[in-house]
Design a protein. Structure first.
Length: 474
């Protein structure tokens, strides 16, 4: 029996991971379409000024499944570095090391914040506490107290998702806040104590040529094993099969040419809303309307090249405060520790926004000034005028879990799942907050379901329950 033909939409970790696994296990003939210039999607990298840059701050966490981590190590070899985490958080005008360290907390934590947090911890043990509730705000307050909620998570949530935390589902808190209770928070602090550290605590893995090197390595291996990897190719329309035995017809354009690719299966890692709108015949009207209620937060990445060797010693700075418009600042040179290029470093600031709003429409010059003003306001003025400021815009950076989002999402997903031989998976395809290792686990799981030329939907349903329990690693 000939291997089933599988068209994979999207060259992020979920896409390239599946292409490589299908080819390696000889379970399918994969054709992958990636519209961008690099593999990796939002987890990709690009080179500028002699330096590899990511689309924001990315790390490969030690929580990665051992089999997947072993594959990444085999693909990257010595290029995958084991690095210590060394960031900090701006909290009430003070800098606190992140990951949290006991001594740092004792010396630097704002005293009113410390007293309030201790009071909240005691209050949580008393009877008569309010129920957890179903909103982001109520879940955070119930589990971490009002002090941490009001001074950290709630203002940060407004910046990240652009909504009042009362409008956000409690699912957003449970999936996005790894230290979602005082017990977990204490364990995070104790993880920094010698003798109590679990393996990998306070460390991460990072490739020397940017985080996107992981996806690039998977893509290169997939191509070597026979997968048809098409970089710079955009899917324009997908014709659904007319019968169970008829093929899919995926229309694509790239490099000034067009093509129609026939396939037995279509596996999509693009946003599930875009997938539903791309199918022909078109989805029912109620499904199309539901896609409008499944929303994403956009983001602008502001890159500032500085004529200095290093801006700070830290890999990342976090800014939960409402007065600072950016949410995180990373210095990619500190991630890889290559020390190149000499005499220059590039900062990457993350600025969540809504696609098409006033911030989205700002010029690079205006955004560079916004970054400079934000850093100066935090006591981190730029040491010199940037030699260049440029930006990248991410239309779908974070899923937004508004209260009641489950109903329209379920309608879209249910219809997509009803279409034979169509799979939506990955971070965007399942509308999930996930790390790269989660996306790769989905890719491997999808290939596990492809046995004897047919896709095991029952096993995929079991895996979906596992994926739904993913919690983002900080």
């Amino acid at each position: 029996m000939a291997s089933p033909r599988v068209v994979i939409l999207g060259g992020g970790p979920a896409g390239v991971g599946a292409a490589r696994e299908l080819a390696r296990r000889k379970l399918g003939a994969a054709t992958l379409l990636e519209a961008g210039a690099h593999y990796g999607g939002n987890a990709g990298s690009f080179e500028f000024g002699g330096q590899w840059l990511d689309y924001g701050s990315h790390r490969l966490h030690p929580a990665t499944d051992p089999a997947i981590l072993a594959d990444i190590r085999a693909l990257l070899g010595a290029d995958l570095k084991d690095r210590p985490r060394h960031g900090r958080i701006r909290l009430l005008g003070k800098w606190i090391h992140f990951p949290l360290k006991p001594v740092d907390l004792l010396l630097r934590l704002d005293k009113s914040f410390a007293v309030g947090t201790l009071r909240d911890m005691v209050a949580k043990k008393l009877p008569g506490r309010a129920p957890e509730g179903d909103t982001f705000e109520s879940v955070i307050r119930a589990n971490l107290g009002s002090t941490i909620a009001d001074e950290f998570y709630l203002p940060y949530a407004v910046k990240l998702w652009g909504r009042d935390p009362k409008e956000l589902s409690g699912v957003q808190a449970r999936k996005r806040v790894a230290a979602g209770s005082f017990g977990k928070l204490v364990r995070k602090v104790l993880n920094a104590v010698p003798g109590l550290k679990p393996p990998g605590a306070g460390r991460f893995f990072y490739p020397v040529r940017g985080f996107g090197q992981i996806s690039e390595a998977y893509a290169a291996e997939a191509a070597k094993l026979g997968a048809d990897m098409r970089l710079g190719w955009r899917m324009t329309r997908i014709e659904r099969p007319a019968s169970d035995s008829a093929p899919w017809r995926v229309h694509a354009e790239g490099h000034g040419r067009s093509d129609v690719i026939e396939a037995d299966y279509v596996w999509s890692t693009i946003p599930v809303t875009l997938l539903a709108r791309a199918l022909a015949p078109t989805a029912p009207q109620d499904v199309l309307e539901a896609t409008q209620a499944v929303t994403y937060r956009s983001m602008i990445l502001i890159y500032a090249q500085l004529p200095v060797e290093q801006f700070t010693e830290y890999d990342a700075h976090y800014f939960p405060g409402a007065k600072t418009r950016i949410t995180r600042l990373s210095e990619p040179k500190n991630y890889s520790d290559l020390g190149r290029p000499k005499g220059s470093t590039i900062l990457c600031a993350e600025l969540p926004c809504a696609m098409g709003d006033a911030v989205w429409k700002m010029s690079d010059e205006e955004l560079g000034q916004l970054l400079a003003d934000d850093l100066a306001g935090c006591g981190l003025p730029l040491p010199a005028k940037p030699t260049q400021v440029f930006t990248r815009r991410l239309p779908q950076a974070y899923p937004i879990y508004l209260m009641g989002y489950e109903a329209p999402l379920a309608k879209v997903e249910s219809w997509v799942e009803s279409v034979p031989r169509l799979l939506s998976y990955g971070r965007q395809g399942l509308f999930q907050h996930d790390n790269t290792h989660h996306a790769l686990a989905m890719a491997y799981g999808a290939v596990d379901c492809m046995q004897s030329g047919r896709f095991d939907t029952n096993h995929w349903g079991e895996l979906r329950q596992v994926f739904a329990k993913h919690v983002v690693e900080d």
